[in-house]
Design a protein. Structure first.
Length: 249
């Protein structure tokens, strides 16, 4: 089938920050990315998928929240929030709807669903999907995504997803990228400071991260992270089995 069109289609040359700036409704997001030191990431080769809250979405947060997050002492929290809005690769709206879940750069997953209003990312509505950029795709959302404290099942899923994503990357020889995936998952759990995750699991992951930071060889660092993740998973799986047993009476 041939469709006749009235102009030549040219590849999109604008990268994500330029696209967001020209759009005119992402001043807060761009300021936050700059304060978090993530502007270069969004301007890199990618590809990346960004769930982009509008200025109006940020305005829905409690008064003073944005100003507080932009303070230098809160940079770590701001980085985590922004990474929770970014997925590696190009994920278009139809793919997101079918996937039901996407792993973010934070190492935490977001849930995707289709409601009567349209596609939702967690509880945020996608108001303008599939904005094409040279280094990825942007979905405009009407609310800011805030990572919540994890329970043990979410922590387990985070580690399992990281291993599922990391193993083929490692096997293709990109040990550094695999280590980055593993590190992100461990930090996401530790950073959640959840009271629902056992103290010994948190300790294992904290120790693993400290040990990995001192290892310069990417392959060795990846395996140090993997051993710690496997130990943490064993504890989390034991919790799940115990919960199943108790539920069965």
């Amino acid at each position: 089938m041939i469709h006749v069109i009235d102009r030549v289609l040219l590849p999109e040359k604008r990268r994500i920050p330029a696209l967001a700036k020209e759009n005119g409704q992402f001043a807060t997001l761009l300021a936050a990315a700059s304060a978090a030191g993530l502007a270069d990431v969004l301007n890199g080769d990618g590809p990346l998928t960004v769930f982009a809250p509008t200025d109006a979405a940020f305005a829905k947060l409690p008064e003073g929240t944005v100003e507080t997050l932009l303070k230098p002492e809160n940079k770590g929290k701001l980085v985590d929030i922004l990474k929770y809005h970014v997925v590696s690769g190009r994920v278009y709206s139809d793919q997101a709807a079918k996937a039901r879940r996407a792993s973010t750069l934070l190492g935490r997953g977001v849930e995707t669903s289709v409601t009567a209003d349209g596609l939702r990312i967690n509880n945020a509505l996608v108001v303008s999907p599939d904005l094409e950029a040279a280094n990825g795709v942007v979905h405009v959302i009407d609310s800011v995504l805030l990572p919540q404290a994890m329970n043990h099942q979410q922590a387990r899923r985070t580690l399992e997803d990281a291993i599922r994503r990391g193993v083929p990357v490692y096997n293709h020889g990109d040990h550094q990228a695999c280590a980055t995936i593993y590190t992100g998952a461990c930090r996401a759990i530790v950073g959640s400071e959840s009271a629902e995750i056992p103290h010994d699991v948190m300790t294992v992951l904290q120790t693993t991260l400290h040990r990995a930071e001192r290892i310069h060889h990417a392959g060795a660092r990846t395996w140090a992270l993997r051993y710690g993740m496997d130990a943490a998973l064993a504890g989390l799986r034991q919790m799940s089995l115990a919960g199943t047993d108790s539920d069965d009476g």
